[in-house]
Every structure is written in C-alpha cells, then in structure tokens.
Design a protein around this ligand. Structure first.
Ligand code: FES
Length: 85
C-alpha cells in the first residue's frame, strides 16, 4: 500500500520501504520533500500523513517534543516516520 503525504499544499505518493524513514525513501523515489537536519530537530520535513498511518511507527519522542499539538491532526516528521511493514 502506498503512503501519501502532503507538504506545502503538494500531495506526494511514496512506496513504503519497511524500516526506512519516509524522508530517506522519498529521496530514492525522487519525491522532493523539504528537509534539513534529518534528526527530528528542524521540523522542515513536517508532512500531513494523508494515507498510511496504520503501517507506520507511532510518533517518536522527538516528534512529541517538536510537534505535539499537531500529532492529533495527522502531522508527522518524515525523517522520524518509518513503515513497519
Ligand atoms: S529533517 Fe529536520 S526534523 Fe526532519
């Protein structure tokens, strides 16, 4: 099942790779997500997870630290979000 994310009004489809972050997978699939630190600190890779929530990890401590208020609205940090299957 493909994952869909939205960033800055653009919707992107990413084919999930188990155990690899959505950001890393986006690079490989030439999906132009914005990013900077790749460590959960800058929030530049923040996306709205449109499709695929059920196959990714729960928000990490970094995500709770950085975007706690937006987690319930379906936002995630792509560098911290990892498909589990
Ligand atoms: S790239 Fe900085 S938080 Fe993900």
């Amino acid at each position: 099942m493909a994952i869909q994310v939205k960033q800055e009004g653009n919707v992107y489809t990413i084919e999930p790779v188990k155990g690899k972050s959505l950001l890393a997978t986006a690079f490989e699939q030439e999906v132009p997500l914005d990013y900077k630190c790749q460590k959960g600190n800058c929030t530049r890779c923040k996306v709205e997870l449109v499709k695929g929530e059920e196959i990714v990890n729960k928000p990490t401590p970094k995500e709770h630290e950085q975007i706690e208020d937006e987690l319930p609205e379906g936002y995630r940090l792509a560098c911290q979000t990892v498909p589990l299957k």
